[in-house]
Design a protein around this ligand. Sequence first.
Ligand code: AVI
Length: 321
Amino acid sequence: MLVHAIENAACEFASDVRAGLTRPGQKELPSKYLYDEVGSALFEVISHLPEYGLTRADARLLQRHADEIVARLDTPVAVAELGCGNGKKTRWILEALSGRQHAFYYPVEISRSALVACERELSDMDSISIVGFEREYLDGLLEVAAHRQRNQHLVVLFLGSTIGNFDRLAGVKFLAEVRRILEPGDSLLLGTDLEKSESQLHKAYDDDIGVTAAFNRNLLARINRELDGDFDLSQFVHVARINPEARSVEMHLQSQRRQTVHISAADLRVEFQEGETIWTESSHKYSPNEVFQIARDSGFSCQAQWIDDEWPFAENLLMAE
Ligand code: AVI
């Protein structure tokens, strides 16, 4: 069973790499593949960098406002989290909740190592029962919903501005899917990184010591490791580009010369021109008011918003209508 799952994951990776690198025009790789074990560890380091305040702002808001957030939820409530990471930020919400009731916590995570780390991090909380799901977000949430007891409400945590890694429209579509799984009276706590100056954004996504560059280039190293590729890493440079129309920062990997790359497990030979890029991630930034509209467009209403005073970032509490 497990062997099959691993083989399927490798096939899917190979076919996504093939599709992305043979696209006419801009070559692309899906950003979800940035997070293997090395990539997840590098992202953890990014979250400590002075240039990248997003994760700390998210944690600060949860720490400061957890009681108020929890007080606004209909009880009894179970907590589901889409992408739990290492679980550290979630502790604030679970601690606030444990003062009121015993609670179930359902982390949904595609990375097994993150799921294990999260369960370990929160295992000392006696009044919380943890049931993890190693699944894609919506599949996992469907399972969580199937486990809910009668009269129990759900609060879904979608923190860290992961929503920003979707295109704006795809983000609304995703939230509408989440809403379809929920019931009136359930809620969604959504973290959104807010608009900031181009220079601040540029530094955040191209830091001085090169951790974000390593995070990005690891994707090519991962293709070499897992799909038997021969990317010469010294010939691809990390580039962070501001896209003012999309109000996003894009990460690209730019080929330093004309070159050909082979990826055996994807049965692929791909040519790069000098200066050509592979687009690996977009990170969209929001205005505070826009979140209210996104909530309405996806079947929620935004009941409360908390904005950090050090790094423009908002925690938004959305209620399922
Ligand atoms: C996970 N995600 C919200 C991060 C972001 O800021 O878009 C990923 C990241 N990419 C580069 N630095 C951090």
